[in-house]
Design a protein around this ligand. Structure first.
Ligand code: BTN
Length: 273
């Protein structure tokens, strides 16, 4: 039962009590303020914490986004969470877990809030073309393979004051639904979906069993996209991902390019997505 004095608690015990998983999010560390929950998980991983350990924060003062960008997490207004994985997989296959998490967050937002959550390849979750969630995966590996993987997830639950440059690009679940999401419920639902999908991913070390669900949520599928690769820009029709998570883009001459997420940016011809 939730405490009336703090109805949206993300205290470790409150979140752990909501988990319906076997291992994901079963051990929670919750911080009032931290630099970055991804950094917390790195520290915990180095101390030997097990797979499934989850770090949460009310506020991050050095949150990290993709491509070296900052990620803003004002106190109490968002989910900032990072999950520790220790997969026995090839390092080259590890980046696919980011897409697995994107699928999990989109599925959780649909189930809990009835919003039309879609995935902007490879892993932003958007509603009506505006971003509600970003994911940053970091990996530690050596000659002996993957040591651990950190998947960091930021979800705009109640962020209202976006910086000027994000005003037409980002939105919060509160703004979309009129309700303030219960973050513990949202975190638990994301973990439940992630655990289910991740186990399917591990069976094959690819997305063959998740591709259909992912493509069903993919924003702009069947529409025109512009691929911005360093030194190579072209347009084509987005045909969805293949089993490695690479976006299939059909060019005007009928050839199909496999686009790898790395350094590439893909834009919908119209607007953010
Ligand atoms: C993006 O640029 O879209 C990725 C944003 C990822 C933000 C999350 S918030 C929790 C975790 N901690 C971080 O420092 N970053 C990730």
């Amino acid at each position: 039962m939730k405490s009336w004095t703090h109805p949206d608690s993300i205290a470790a015990a409150d979140v752990e009590s909501r988990m319906e998983t076997a291992w994901a999010g079963r051990k929670v560390y919750s911080y009032t303020v931290t630099d970055s929950t991804n950094n917390e998980i790195r520290r915990l991983a180095e101390q030997g914490e097990p797979e499934g350990t989850l770090a949460l924060a009310e506020e991050q003062n050095k949150g990290k986004g993709r491509r070296g960008r900052d990620w803003m997490t004002p106190a109490g207004s968002a989910v900032a969470m990072s999950l520790l994985l220790r997969p026995a997989i090839e390092p080259a296959n590890a980046s696919m877990v980011t897409l697995v998490m994107g699928l999990a967050v989109a599925a959780a937002c649909r189930e809990l809030y009835g919003v039309d959550a879609r995935i902007k390849w490879p892993n932003d979750v958007v509603v009506d073309g505006k971003k509600i969630c970003g994911i940053l995966t970091e990996m530690s590996c050596g000659a002996d393979g993957v040591h651990y993987v950190v998947i960091g997830v930021g979800i705009n639950t109640c962020v209202e004051a976006f910086p000027e440059e994000l005003l037409d690009k980002a939105v919060s679940l509160h703004k979309l639904t009129g309700n303030r999401p219960d973050r513990a419920e949202l975190i638990a639902c994301c973990m439940k979906k992630f655990e289910e999908y991740y186990e399917k991913f591990l069976e094959t070390e690819n997305l063959s069993q998740l591709k259909e669900a992912y493509n069903g949520y993919l924003a702009g599928k069947g529409g025109m996209v512009r691929v911005l690769e360093p030194g190579n820009e072209y347009s084509g029709i987005s045909e969805g991902i293949d089993e490695r998570g690479e976006l299939q883009v059909r060019r005007e001459d009928g050839t199909v390019e496999s686009v790898y997420a790395g350094e590439v940016s893909v834009r919908g011809i119209y607007g953010y997505i």
